[in-house]
Unconditional design. Structure first.
Length: 188
């Protein structure tokens, strides 16, 4: 809401013109008409996987309210462009200070003691602006709808995992952890 009011443009247009287009993220947005490229999202249940959102569902039409926390549709290529922008210090869409704020710990120890998704949630990690940061200096996002990405500047490594299965807990599913571990093993 704040961005839309400050710019006088709908939130989707602010994202498109100020972030997505400058980064070449042609397949990212709050919705898409290209439903043939969307996968069905599944929710785990005790009886197996249940279709939660099909290609003609939530992200096949403009949302009633452009909400930055409601999720985006995107591709591996577009996520990689976003990750590279942060890894490169923010250019051409962010200042170096803004990129640094998005990739470094922004919480105090007192805030960590009172927050998170469980008592040990902040062990080895914290929050930057808009994403998670690890004590190692790596940063990224774990999305409950089945996507995750991690950038590790110390190893010049980016790992992107996109699945169709919603998570069952605040921790990434085993396949996400396995793929990240495999990426680090490949560096050795």
């Amino acid at each position: 809401m704040l961005l839309a009011r400050a710019t006088g443009e709908p939130f989707a247009d602010v994202l498109r013109t100020r972030v997505f287009e400058p980064l070449g993220m042609i397949d990212t947005g709050l919705w898409t008409t290209h439903t043939d490229r969307l996968a069905t999202a599944y929710r785990p249940t005790p009886d197996g996987l249940l279709a939660w959102d099909e290609p003609e569902g939530t992200w096949s039409r403009p949302p009633a309210f452009g909400d930055g926390a409601s999720g985006l549709v995107s591709t591996v290529d577009d996520l990689l462009a976003f990750a590279r922008m942060l890894l490169g210090g923010g250019a051409p869409v962010l200042s170096p200070d803004a990129a640094r704020a998005m990739t470094s710990d922004q919480l105090s120890e007192a805030q960590k003691a009172r927050g998170g998704l469980g008592h040990d949630f902040f062990v080895g990690r914290s929050w930057a602006f808009c994403q998670s940061v690890l004590d190692s200096g790596a940063f990224g996002w774990d999305g409950g709808f089945g996507s995750s990405w991690l950038v590790d500047p110390a190893h010049d490594l980016t790992v992107i995992v996109l699945t169709q299965r919603m998570w069952e807990s605040p921790d990434p599913p085993q396949v996400h952890r396995d793929l990240q571990a495999a990426a680090y093993s490949a560096l050795a």
